[in-house]
Design a protein. Structure first.
Length: 235
């Protein structure tokens, strides 16, 4: 919510939220979004789209904050009763949202042992964008990304990948290969999809540099415009 505010977007919340998968690093901000947007005068249910399991997660989060909700509603804050509500849409592949000229399509992608994870393609009258979420290389994602204006894709720097000295660290290289996309693999994906702009996100560097990431993408075969994404960047 602090980033929403820093981006000069309404802190009463977005019209809809799209969750790629339920890994904690992608959902820890979810209760903040639910509750802070309510405190900032959201009055209608928050529309949230994501994979199976999202309904259960949402129900448990609201239960976890039930005392907070009670105090804020019944105490001197006098928050809007029921304003914290969430309308969950557990999705499958295909068009999941279509409103005011915006169409959003869910693309199922492979993310290790997760049963369901999704990328999203956003089409508006003036622009097309694909957001990969977390995924290993995906033919479905390549097909959905062909010729888009912007492809926002996760990446890890494979040249620095090695086992780590920690519990489970010996499996780290295997984990990265099964759950994520390397810089060279991403270059190959982008070379096939040919987006007008490639933005790198969810970057796992292992101490590497922007230059190494970009060189890896080029080595994978992509020669188009590519940017290392930054928080609150505009492209």
């Amino acid at each position: 919510m602090r980033q929403v505010n820093a981006a000069n977007l309404p802190i009463s919340g977005p019209e809809a939220v799209f969750i790629t998968h339920l890994h904690s690093d992608h959902t820890l901000g979810y209760p903040d979004l639910i509750l802070t947007s309510w405190i900032m005068r959201r009055t209608s249910p928050l529309q949230v789209y994501g994979p199976p399991g999202l309904q259960r997660m949402t129900r448990h989060l609201l239960a976890a904050f039930s005392e907070d909700i009670r105090i804020r509603t019944e105490g001197l804050e006098r928050e809007v009763r029921g304003g914290y509500r969430v309308k969950v849409h557990e999705i499958r592949e295909g068009v999941v949202y279509q409103q005011s000229g915006v169409r959003i399509t869910a693309i199922r992608v492979p993310h290790g042992s997760w049963k369901e994870a999704y990328a999203y393609r956003i089409d508006t009258p003036g622009r097309s964008i694909v957001i990969s979420g977390d995924t290993s290389p995906s033919k479905a994602l390549v097909a959905a990304s062909r010729g888009v204006d912007v492809l926002v894709h996760e990446v890890y720097l494979a040249t620095n990948l090695k086992p780590e000295d920690r519990p489970g660290g010996t499996f780290w290289p295997q984990y990265m290969r099964e759950f994520h996309t390397s810089e060279v693999e991403l270059g190959n994906i982008a070379a096939q999809a040919k987006p007008k702009l490639l933005i790198l996100t969810h970057i796992i560097r292992f101490g590497g540099t922007d230059k190494e990431l970009l060189e890896g993408v080029r080595n994978g075969g992509f020669n188009g415009p590519v940017i290392v994404g930054r928080v609150l960047g505009r492209y």
